[in-house]
Design a protein around this ligand. Structure first.
Ligand SMILES: [Zn+2]
Length: 91
């Protein structure tokens, strides 16, 4: 007795691969935000990720374009949301 192989139909493919990822915005997201800044030395737009779990912070980060030391200042509110951020000339 010969067995006939049949191609998978749509319902079978759905059963195999039908598990769709579920995204829940705001759940489990790290307290991090992306900051767009303008370099205080060369004026080029730069982007940096900031850790908002520590509240308002300032730190030195080299410009990605001209490699000068920028003093990045970040302000966030009590809820840990980014209020504003900017870059000054560091020494
Ligand atoms: Zn620069």
């Amino acid at each position: 007795m010969a067995s006939v192989k049949q191609p998978l139909d749509g319902a079978q493919i759905d059963a195999l691969y039908g598990l769709e990822p579920v995204f829940e915005p705001g759940k489990g997201a790290p307290p991090q935000d992306w900051l767009e800044l303008e370099c205080a030395f060369c004026g080029e737009p730069i982007g940096t990720s900031v850790d908002l779990s520590a509240g308002s912070v300032s730190y030195i980060e080299d410009c990605q374009v001209c490699c000068q030391p920028l003093l990045i200042k970040v302000e966030c509110d009590d809820a840990g949301h980014l209020v504003r951020g900017w870059a000054e000339r560091g020494d």
